[in-house]
Ligand binder design. Sequence first.
Ligand code: PMP
Length: 430
Amino acid sequence: MGKNDILFERAQKTIPGGVNSPVRAFRQVGGTPRFVAKAKGPYFWDAEGTRYIDLIMSWGPMIAGHANPEVVEAVKQAAETSFSYGAPTEGEIELAERICQLVPSIEQVRMVSSGTEATMSALRLARGHTGRDLIIKFEGCYHGHADSLLVKAGSGLLTFADSTQNAPSSGGVPQDLVKHTLVLPYNDVQALKEVFVKQGDQVAAVIIEPFAGNMNLIKPSKEFLSTLRQLTSEHGSVLIYDEVMTGFRVALGGAQSLQVITPDLTCLGKVMGGGMPMAAFGGKKEIMSKLAPLGNVYQAGTLSGNPVAVAAGLKTLEIISREGFFDCLTGQTEKLMSGFKLAADEAGVPFAVDSVGGMFGFYFANEVPTSFEAVTKTDIEAFKKFFHLMLDQGVYLAPSAYEAGFTSITHDNGVLEEIITAAKTAFKKL
Ligand code: PMP
């Protein structure tokens, strides 16, 4: 038994399933999760001293590479002056100003500690602002684990649960609550129009992953997005862009800058904290001013705007704002995916790829899927084999066919070459 197995056995005694977040368990692919000892740049080393090229990067945040020296220094300096005050700091103003500057639809922003808090709070705010209860989400989108949003959700829920049932995707969520959540198919313009004709004036908010990254990577059509923006505006419903994953990851201004859509509220997380527990939600001042202490929508947090997390976030945003950062990241990610595609073609494996900025998807299918349904029809068995063939060669992919992948600025040509060489071997063995 290796050290990973020993740790996994030990972990399962005191931690349910041995992991502190379900997707870390290798439930879909089988095998033992790697217990990470340390990481640097595009690599991490497990408890057995084996080196892996990381293509998850903490599920998105580590865009500047693991243990980026500049971020580490900023965190060290912040930590010297205590970890938390529970009182305002100048750093959080700087971070708020920076976010508002980079994402112009955000006029005001409130910091929280996780993406879940951001989406949960944004929803409450939208309901408080409109005085309506009904929310719309899309099949296969994951917005964190707030009760109202755990319906037909992606990510771990899609990997482990029977999301095809018309019921809450998680146990413990009252049916009474879920009746206020309408779930529509992603990219289905007609379904969206029909709901708004019937119930548009009851809809408090529509929440969407503007590039869905929790059912592999699925891109929206232009028509779907413009219809969404138009209908929500017409009916006074709040359009919430959940950019926890895409924010500062697909482009400096997030998905909304690429799609030229102005949402009413935006949720951020992951990259904005550079790997520290940090997230935010923000948008129109008119809506944000309904939050306590100004308004009657309550939202709070002991560690919100945590100074060490703020330091990591500010430095990370500085790094990604440098000239050429996103061109380079986007180019490298495209190069990686075309390398995968070429290797699959050479081996005669039906395979498709897609990417946006530093986020990618690959599919054991003849073409890139555009819906939740299509994703669930990709060849999961082939994915599982591919995952382990890559892992055995030191490449760490997300352990589920229903997750997007992530690169960092440290995934240089040498690293890509190593991954693609591994992929060639893997496809041949499939
Ligand atoms: N929204 C999206 C789009 C996400 O991808 C995630 C997490 N993967 C969340 C919300 C929840 O964020 P957190 O895990 O920080 O609570």
